[in-house]
Design a protein around this ligand. Structure first.
Ligand code: ZN
Length: 154
């Protein structure tokens, strides 16, 4: 199996059985995200304690890329600090839009490696919004707080 097939399998696995799918009962932060270009819609729920992300979940409907990205994201961000989440998103965003490999702190290398399967979308600009929707939504949740904000990528 070549790398491309392996990446495809990882994306399909997460798209078919998304991890941490469903609302959190008492989120401290949440936000809604919408990617009108593709029709992806999701809500991100978070529990943030003292700048540490103790729980992240999502629900919604979207294409395989947006669902797989959200699923991987919930796994990666659980247990991270808000600053670490920002750093992982910045590196992923650069990688997925420009192809550049961004250096991250050694304790975040594992996180950026786990996102590699999604970085193939950079050759399909329309899909970049799908891959980054969940991350933009988490960013909005962290900044918007418990009342929730709605973001629309364009
Ligand atoms: Zn999509």
């Amino acid at each position: 199996m070549d790398l491309r097939e392996l990446y495809q399998d990882i994306i399909l696995d997460h798209a078919r059985s998304p991890r941490n799918f469903g609302a959190l009962s008492e989120p401290s932060h949440l936000a809604h995200g919408h990617n009108p270009l593709c029709g992806d819609k999701l809500t991100v729920f978070m529990k943030i304690d003292d700048d540490h992300i103790t729980k992240v979940s999502f629900e919604g409907r979207g294409c395989a890329i947006s669902t797989a990205s959200a699923s991987l994201m919930t796994q990666i961000l659980t247990g991270k600090s808000v600053a670490q989440a920002d750093a992982v998103f910045a590196a992923f965003h650069a990688r997925v839009t420009t192809g550049a490999a961004v250096e991250v702190a050694s304790d975040l290398e594992d996180a950026t490696e786990r996102l590699e399967p999604l970085t193939g979308v950079r050759t399909y600009p329309a899909r970049v919004k799908c891959a980054t929707l969940a991350w933009h939504t988490v960013d909005a949740a962290v900044k918007g707080g418990v009342l929730g904000t709605t973001i629309k990528t364009e």
